[in-house]
Design a protein around this ligand. Sequence first.
Ligand code: GDP
Ligand code: MG
Length: 601
Amino acid sequence: MNSNNIRNFCIIAHIDHGKSTLADRLIETTNTVSEREMKEQLLDNMDLERERGITIKLQTVRMYYKASDNIEYELNLIDTPGHTDFNYEVSRSLAACEGALLLVDATQGVQAQTIANLKLALEQNLTIIPVINKIDMPNADAESVIKELEELEEFDGLDLSNVILASAKNGIGIDDILESIIQHVPAPKGNSEKPLQALIFDSHYDVYRGVVLHIRVFNGSIRAGMKIKMLKSDLVFEALQVGVFLPEMQSVEALDAGEVGFISTNIKVVSNIKVGDTIINPNIPDTEAVPGYKEVKPMVYAGLFPIRNEDQDKLKDAVEKLALNDSAFIYKQENSMALGVGFRCGFLGILHMEIIQERLEREYGIEILSTFPSVEYRVTLKNGEIATINNPMLLPSFEKIDYIEEPFIDAAIIIPMENIGEIMELCQEKRGCYVDMVYLNNKMAELIFKLPISEIAYDFYDSLKSLTHGYASIDYRDRSYVVSDLVKMDIWLNDEMVDAFSFILPRDKSFERGKQIVQKMKHVIPRKLYPMPVQSVVENKVIAREDIPPLRKSVTGKGYSGSTSKKKKIAKNIKDNKVRQRKFGGVDIPQEAFHAVLDVR
Ligand code: GDP
Ligand code: MG
């Protein structure tokens, strides 16, 4: 297709403002999918996404639309993921577009993610089309929403007279949206005659096709059978199939400059693919990269171990494939005395970790025991050596350590004005340092805090959401290392140290937590016929000790039912009647014991 007749766009919105519903309407209106095939929220295709109501993986769909000028246009809708753990994927998918529909709920107005996503889109120089959705609702107030938009400094000097009023649910304004995309979103600028330059904005593993790359061609054109080179990974492959998402995958002869689609490849080593990398023609090696590539760094790490030893190989295969589908997920083999062979994995956050764990279980049928998460510490030894450690088991002995640094990040937190006090308090509780505060309009403010990743990785996002009733957004920026007084806590069970239980914490919290943890452990470790001591140990000193009482004949094997605390969220993933545990020196270690450690953090 002539690139003048192509439009590449995405939809950005605060959660629940109607992005998926609008995507469905656009697909329906353009007859992209027959009515019979039309499932609601077609683009959120993974079970997990449906259940959690969040979009995790981006999906792309090509639509054809005959506009009022009687010309048929090719529209590529690129869906962007909606959770903060996945910000990098948001920015990569935005980089594949020229325009964005900024969707705002007419009853809710501008919210934190509206602003956060708008900022990301403007960083990519996208043309913004504001759409006010849900105007069918009795309490819709489009006028005030337009006022709120006008107040945003992001819109300074922009004409907001072309705002579209819509109801994705009732199909109002859908034609206006399509026409506006054609009128206002620039056609892609590339040239098919120039050397090939394509952005990999996503990838996935397909049982039939192997590794599939989702690409946006900026210059040149790509056909099946061509040799291609990935710039950052410096590897050459063959494009076996070239195609588009309708949304099911279909072959096309070529993807030309400006187009969006996929290529399948003969890539075997899946870890070679990096989202954000540029594909070029290997014969023209000095072609430039598409700007904005960023190596994603995990924020938290945890060990994943198969419950059944025979799942070892299956787990290796599964993590490899998941890593391909998810550029932010990394893994490395790990050995634990207590848990055997598993993988040390890096995640963008706890939600990300939970999702990976759930996918391993649902999609690959592997039951997993996960250790509690840790961040990556920088340890300077007395002999001057520096070690980077994301597994507390591997922390050198305290006598050898000069000092430990832990990672902090700059968090930009957008919240409603009335919550400023509570959120300031929350950040201080989490050892945060105040940096700045800006008022965005008359109801939202942006707080900048330096926060230790170890304190916010776990339940910070949940606390933030519950304190603001869901009206918060957080974005992480620069990372830095800060010296902290930290110690490693070991847990001894029946006079043996359980290496997988070790964790790193601030020294001034070690006494209290050491006591709490043995009390918890006392309840979650299954009893034996003999009493067993459980001890928390810091720097060779026992902090606290409890004795797990022996099993009496009358006591049935009923497990500890656990606290109902919100922190136990991860535990809910475990099927109720299955006891998940590993044997260690004759003692059973249930998954719950790891949650006990989390609970007292
Ligand atoms: P997303 O989180 O942005 O993808 O939002 P969804 O598309 O999942 O929509 C969230 C909720 O709002 C769902 O219950 C939709 O049915 C509802 N919704 C979406 N658009 C409209 C609309 O135009 N009018 C009304 N009344 N409800 C809508
Ligand atoms: Mg959605």
